[in-house]
Design a binder for this molecule. Structure first.
Ligand code: PLP
Length: 399
């Protein structure tokens, strides 16, 4: 297996229906069978290469799934209509009434809200723990625990999960390690570090164009088959299916992911170093001051760097808002949630993507309301960007 995950996409070969270099887009909700017997076999999951109905799977979705599985070194994958569609399917596939999840406390707001407010309606409970404390993670595991859930780089605090050690804990207790790798595609390969299931919101870096939402679950053939089972598969029965047209569009964007990730990382690293030198409170995994910088270096695929996400704490929400509005006015990016775009995106997580987390808990986890989360774009002249951002910071009195 290659050590350069992105190169795998170059290794895949596509011949469209008419010899096209892109696979033909499947434009059908249902599929014909020449023999009635094959239909029954397909229902029972035994007819390799046959399609049944597009909520189950479609040729376009399979092409994208295979490319993502190759990127994540898993046997296979299943794409979903959104990141949340992928995440909630996994929770509901693995857990039933009475089961328990040990989750990192700093996770995407939607995932947090699902575990905190929705899963209890199904009698699925969650312990939220500081994922950087392996002792606390292990101590939270009960006989009813089915999985450890975390993000490789957490949202929005950019904490690093020690996936190697977490996977040892999971194996010891015979439970799954499920990792949301949305912030770190290519930088981190959870499967290689011992994760059982790797999830992405494709909406962010992987698609990279902010024209759609999408998600994927990467795992073993057995796990993905169970998710897609016509009898009791969460992905099949809850129906968070991706449209074929979208799948083909995301597949085309995936092909440049390795180039984009390197540029996102290069630009973010440059700005993080500059702003830290200027005396700002910057969190970026590539900085020596990041508390898990050394750990990150034992986990990452070096050539992709430390990622495109960084945070700057400017003290309070008023300053954060003032600065973001000014930066948008100066065309340095957009005041918008989401990430992985060609333009820089910034938002104040306490009032946006993490607003589902109660204020008291935000404080506990160190989420100050002066934090601005940046997803650094693909700017060709990052020095010019730095100078312009610096002018904005001086103007609002942050520097
Ligand atoms: C955006 C995001 C999600 C949710 O994905 P959607 O595609 O918006 O449903 C999940 N996890 C992380 C880390 C995210 O950033």
């Amino acid at each position: 297996m290659s050590n350069k995950p992105a190169n795998n996409i170059q290794d895949l070969q596509y011949f469209g229906e008419f010899g096209g270099v892109n696979p033909s887009i499947s434009d059908s909700a249902t599929y014909t069978f020449l023999h009635a017997k094959t239909m029954l076999d397909t229902f029972e999951g035994h007819a390799e290469g046959c399609y049944l109905y597009s909520r189950h799977t479609s040729p376009s979705n399979l092409y994208l799934s295979k490319a993502l599985a190759a990127m994540e070194f898993t046997e296979t994958a299943n794409v979903a209509a959104s990141g949340m569609g992928a995440i909630t399917s996994v929770f509901l596939q693995v857990c039933g009434a009475g089961d328990h999840i040990v989750s990192a406390r700093t996770i995407y707001g939607g995932s947090y809200a699902f575990l905190k407010n929705f899963a209890p309606k199904l009698n699925i409970s969650t312990s939220f723990v500081d994922i950087t404390s392996l002792e606390k993670v292990e101590a939270a595991i009960k006989p009813s625990t089915k999985m450890i859930y975390c993000e490789a780089i957490s949202n929005p605090l950019l904490e690093i999960a020690n996936l190697k050690e977490l996977s040892k804990i999971a194996k010891k207790h015979n439970i799954l390690l499920v990792v949301d790798n949305t912030f770190s595609p290519l930088l981190i390969s959870p499967q290689k570090l011992g994760a059982d299931v790797t999830i992405h919101s494709l909406t962010k870096f992987i698609n990279g164009t902010n024209d759609t939402v999408g998600g994927v679950v990467c795992g073993t053939q057995q796990f993905i088959d169970s998710l897609r089972s016509v009898n009791d598969g969460a992905a099949m029965l809850l129906g968070p299916v991706m449209d074929s047209l979208r799948a083909s569009s995301i597949l085309k964007n995936l092909r440049t992911l390795h180039i984009r990730m390197k540029k996102h990382s290069e630009n973010a690293h440059y700005l993080a170093e500059k702003f830290e030198q200027d005396g700002l409170k910057v969190v970026y995994p590539g900085l020596k001051s990041h508390k898990d910088h050394e750990l990150f270096k034992t986990l990452y695929n070096e050539e992709y760097g430390f990622g495109g996400m960084m945070t700057v704490d400017v003290g309070n929400l008023e300053k954060a808002n003032e600065l973001m509005e000014l930066m948008q006015h100066e065309n340095l990016g957009y005041l918008a949630v989401s990430l992985g775009f060609y333009k820089t995106l910034f938002s104040a997580p306490g009032t946006s993507t993490s607003s589902e987390i109660p204020i008291e808990e935000q404080k506990q986890m160190g989420l100050s309301n002066g934090i601005i989360r940046f997803s650094i774009g693909l700017d060709n002249d990052i020095e010019r960007t730095y100078r312009a951002m610096r002018r904005c910071m001086t103007k609002v009195g942050v520097l």
